[in-house]
Design a protein. Sequence first.
Length: 607
Amino acid sequence: MSATKPILRKLFKPALYWREIIAFVGLFLAFIFFRSERKELHAILPQLEKADRFWIIIGIIVTGLFCWFQGAMYQQSFAAIRLRLPALQGIGLFLKRNFLSVFLPAGGISSLAYTPSQIRRNGFTRMQIHQASGIYAFAGLATVFIAGLPVIVYMSFVKGGMHHAGIGLVSLLVMLVLLWMMAMSLRPGRYLYRQISRKIPSAAPLLEELFSARLNNRSVGTTVVYSLGIELLGMLHVYIAMLALGLPASFGVAAAAYIVSVLLMMVSPLLRGLGAVEVSLVYIMELYGYTAGQALAVTVLYRVFEFWLPLLAGFFAFAWKGRKIFLRLAPVLLIFLLGMVNIISVITPPLRQRLILLHEYIPLSTVHASNLLVLYIGLMLLVTATFLLKGFRAAWIIAVTLSFLSLLGHLGKALDYEEASFAGITLLILLATVKQYRRKASRKWLQIGFGTAVLSLTAVLAAGFISFYFIDKKHFGIDFTWEQSLQHTFRMFFLLQDDGLRPLTRFGHEFVSLIQWLGFFTWAFVLFAIINPYLHAADDEGPARERAEKLVGLYGQSAVDYFKLYRDKQYFFSSQVEAFIAYRVAGGFAIVLEDPVAANDEQKREM
């Protein structure tokens, strides 16, 4: 019993799922906001169709300049530590890291750990790449403050309404100062360096190599200049979106909206602020006199320029590298986009002609149920995309199932054949890439999770059924039969509108709210039960460990090989030669311990 306590404490530790919880809440609030603006969303379609093509082309050109500036910023970051990075490789590095940042937790920072082999072939060490990436990241943070301060001050004191945005800039300044002080203190001979070296002597060489680089101050300054240019291009994107839609264009409003959206994107734990950024842009523009429809139209066009086009370019940058990587990342992007299509499909109104045709074959209540199904599947698809990137076999199974349900849901929503065809293409690509997903979730946790989910659903449905069956007639004016009890329980449990149920007393209203909230939290728990097995490694490592011990006994030469057999290690074996690598999963990343274990150097290179 005592052995299970640490596991339970780790599983239910509040900080364990904070990134996922915040991202889910952000998406949920964004859905509520856009759902409330449903009429405006319907009205912006004609605006987008009538957008000035000249300014659309200018916006796409500015997106190209944006990517070029990002590549030049990387080029100068490497030049700051006296390394030469070709311009095209800098652009490719940005596009790939930007693509990965959408799907990784705290993507703006964690994606910096990605080091393409093309960059390493230049002779750069991983430490040098991390040094240049650190300069790139710090310059990016600094210029948000440098560019944002005059914008926020001007808009606050000249036009008003931006006082609260200053808190974000002050927090950013404090973070920049602390990062600078920490970096200085970690240099050889300084306070933090001495303290860490005394307590962890093995870390001293790493710190010395990381923080003792001689910087080229001119290149550091050029990096900051390029970063300021990137902020200016971002503001210009919002301004161009206003011009393209024929709206009164204000560069001050565009700059303020951009700065606030970037601040939100920086603190977003997942999906690069998707949802929160859109809401903030609409809010800022409404503060300065734009209607909800106008603000939504500008937001959609701006996000195409600033988010979706670079994301698509990053997708093709990976596809260009090779078929295997393309096949691995294509389903992730498609699942992510399918989730967004599902959510947008529920938010936007269905075409009236298709609804009339649909009602001839399907009851209206079924259409409402299908709407809820499409929304829930959309949220699950966004979560699944993150775990699909990590190669989970179970995530692939869930993605295939959800894609199929999404296909049916769109056809049942309002004959949305465009969205249904997208789901069908996604399903076909997933089936074609089945061999790309080999990592297994813990079978034990899968059994526990699904068993608990089924038990919870059954228990809550039973509780609702019993409550309706025995509730006093005075609360609803109905003496419920068992069929009526079951029907109302199902409708409320699935959060559907139940026009046949009218509470007559205060307790009746409270009872309805209680059942609905109980249904909501139960579905949230079901989602947790589905995700939880992905957070635990497969527990069938026995045969793999025995094979690893055998290979270490035959070919082990390094003193570090002893630690490759520790219980915290997992193994990847070559399908071509007798060789393996030992790794440990930490924070969603596979950390490999030293070189592969193999018979000779040639086999190691094959690994």
